[in-house]
Design a protein around this ligand. Sequence first.
Ligand code: SF4
Ligand code: SF4
Length: 465
Amino acid sequence: MTNDNNPTFRDRIVTMNEEGKRNWIFANQPKGKYYNARTIVGIILLTFLFAAPYIKIDGEPLLLFDIIHRKFVLFGVVFWPQDFHLFVIGLISIIISIVTFTVVYGRVWCGWACPQTIFMELIFRRIEYWIEGSGDQQRIRNNGEDTFDKFWRNSLKHAIFILISLVITHTMLSYFVGVETVQKYIEGSPTENFSVFVALMIFTAAFYFVFAFFREQVCSLVCPYGRLQGALVDNNTLTVIYDYKRGENRGPMRKDEDRKAVGKGDCVNCHKCTTVCPTGIDIRDGIQLECINCTACIDACDSVMERYKLPKGLIRITSKNNIENGQKFRWTPRVIAYTTLLVALIGVLVVLFNLRSDFETTILRVQGSLYQTLDDGRISNIYNYKIVNKTTKEADLSIKLLSPEGEVQLAGHMMKIKEQEKLQGAFLLKLSREQLNGASTKIMIGIYDGDELIDTIESTFVGPN
Ligand code: SF4
Ligand code: SF4
């Protein structure tokens, strides 16, 4: 899609002027159904983000990524490094689902669910509107003289920004060390945990810098996901798009004008869509890498269309193919391939998750060992065992033979095993000759925590032919 009205729009990013200095974006606050929906989604996500560290399931937090103790909790389920394969598959599934989602729906994540956008648009920019007025008022004040009015508004705004950055940093930290530990840090003196204090201050400064100054540059210049868009989005992708066929030729609305008759399209060139855009672009220039699909321009344009009694949707969510050829969404081979891969990965993840047990047990006959004939005529084999306790509680374990009948004799004492600890040793298994089934007999061993059978292992018992 080309734009004859602004052929130079790709020469430089919109947030930079000709001298290479920052063009500050004073975005106006959108109004409309998409903005309202986005507000609701944002409130739900923010509530979850700030509440999740406090929510416990069976004493475990809803989410925890304790890297130091190598303990991860997802929705109350504890994962240890032994479950790393689940994490890897989970991570690959998330990446594939993001890719698939982007191929079909474009950057809907960026505009609607990304923490950067939600914090920026739902918290920081709203505080700005509240203290400094609309984007236009902010621009006028910013370009005007230095007055006390400008000073106090600026100071109040930045003081609140720093305070919120502190809250965000502490919330993020509680995802890594747990909310109780953060509580202790807050109650203690900074000198007690000086390195933590320094790290907190650095992250607070980083959040403050991002939301007070760097802003949309994160999406336009830094975010790797944003940079991937060029490779993921195609002509079939649903995205926020300006219907240039309907909109052009753009021009102001004159009273009682028959726009068709004078060769004008529906775009009245009011620039409302550009004044609400948080990344400062003009969507009428076509699909752009900076567009985060926030839909603010849709709300702005719909309100203009309503005012002039023109059909809404001059800017809407659709595909480039739909605008150019009227083509509806279709399942392209790329979408089918990504979706199939995603479904397969989720299937593997569900199976592995269901197979995952709280205890990981390995029992192997000692390599190279043969059977022994005991004084009472029974036959014995020696086995090595290794048991990992993946729960968060100490377990009182014992090994029993489930079939056939026989005796387990442990070397040493059994067998308290603390959470996330590994226990290994050896045991003798004694069977009477009647229980044997030739040179190799199948046996079933049970691992018990108290009276509860927690794992079963199949193995073999060797005896005389
Ligand atoms: S062009 Fe529209 S959808 Fe894209 S970032 Fe700007 S306002 Fe949001
Ligand atoms: S808001 Fe709509 S009518 Fe106004 S300039 Fe943008 S596209 Fe044209």
